[in-house]
Design a protein around this ligand. Structure first.
Ligand code: PHE
Ligand code: CO
Length: 295
């Protein structure tokens, strides 16, 4: 397989991350190896099983609607007509993580960047940066849902704005993305379910986030989330729970500019803390938590 083109390492609030060329690339579908397709097949089949009764019904429904299967790595060109028709989004191929402003501009214009390369067989359980499996399996199904699709585009516009306001605003906004798009839970008729992409693409965390006693599970609260640090190297200490995708859309509709100004005067919260006023669904036991390393 070809190698992704890394341009530099950049220090962000997530630590040093590799930043790749901003180029949009054609998905090099015919150069995927048999091993690449097997990695996809293994992860796909495994998560299909794990996510029954755990993932949001809407995620599972949209995943079926998109027709992704274990057989082979999907072609972006085959998914795009469906996605365009459903919500006006399209997938673009990229080498990996993009500079923040570039990423926001794509989202604002309903382009979702998908890393074209897939992890190696020895990385099935953990990878420190997004790959094709995380991006495609994890993020794309909910882009078929009109409300969630609008939320993602609004986030992109909000990101462009926050980037203009300054680094503190960006930290606040990134926490919102982390605790919703990447690690969000939703309350559905069947109980708590997963919609966050960082969870649905991980077998271990799919089970941990719902079944472990260790983490906090707390009702969604915009400013609370924007003040809360998070983990990049372990399972989350806290998960925030929405009641519906509409709630997410409505809670994030107001202009964040005054909220950023207010939060700039306030301290952040450790990842695992419970605060007065929290709508506690489950107070975590904290078992197995590392004391340091919240970002
Ligand atoms: N309302 C936000 C702002 O004014 C934009 C936004 C919408 C951000 C949805 C995130 C999610 O910045
Ligand atoms: Co992601």
């Amino acid at each position: 397989m070809n190698q992704p083109r890394r341009v530099e390492h950049q220090l962000t609030d997530k630590g040093y991350v590799p930043v790749y060329t901003t180029a949009v690339v054609e998905q090099p579908w015919s150069s995927y190896s048999r091993t690449d397709h097997e990695v996809w097949a293994t992860l796909f089949a495994r998560q299909q099983q794990v996510l029954v009764g755990r993932a949001s019904e809407e995620f599972l429904r949209q995943q079926r609607a998109m027709g992704m299967s274990a057989d082979r790595i999907p072609k972006f060109d085959e998914l795009n007509p469906l996605l365009r028709k459903a919500t006006g989004w399209e997938l673009i191929g990229v080498e990996g993580l993009l500079p923040e402003l570039t990423f926001f501009e794509h989202l604002a214009n309903r382009r979702f960047p998908v890393t074209w390369w897939i992890r190696k067989p020895e990385q099935l359980d953990y990878l420190s940066e997004p790959d094709l499996f995380h991006d495609l399996f994890g993020h794309v199904p909910l882009l078929m849902n009109p409300v969630f699709a609008d939320y993602m585009a609004a986030y992109g516009r909000g990101g462009v704005k926050a980037h203009g306001i300054g680094p503190d605003a960006l930290v606040n906004l990134t926490r919102l993305y982390w605790y919703t798009v990447e690690f969000g839970l939703i309350r559905e008729a069947g109980g708590l379910r997963i919609y966050g992409s960082g969870i649905v693409s991980s077998k271990g965390e799919s089970i941990h986030c719902l079944e472990s006693e260790a983490p906090n599970r707390i009702g969604f609260d915009l400013e609370r989330i924007m003040r809360t640090r998070y983990r990049i190297d372990t399972y989350q200490k806290t998960y925030f729970v929405i009641d519906s995708y509409e709630q997410l859309m409505e809670a994030t509709a107001p202009d964040f500019t005054p909220i950023y100004a207010k939060l700039a005067q306030l301290d952040s919260f450790p990842a695992g803390s419970v605060q007065p006023g929290d709508a506690v669904i489950h107070r975590g036991t904290g078992e197995g938590w590392l004391d340091d390393g919240d970002v």
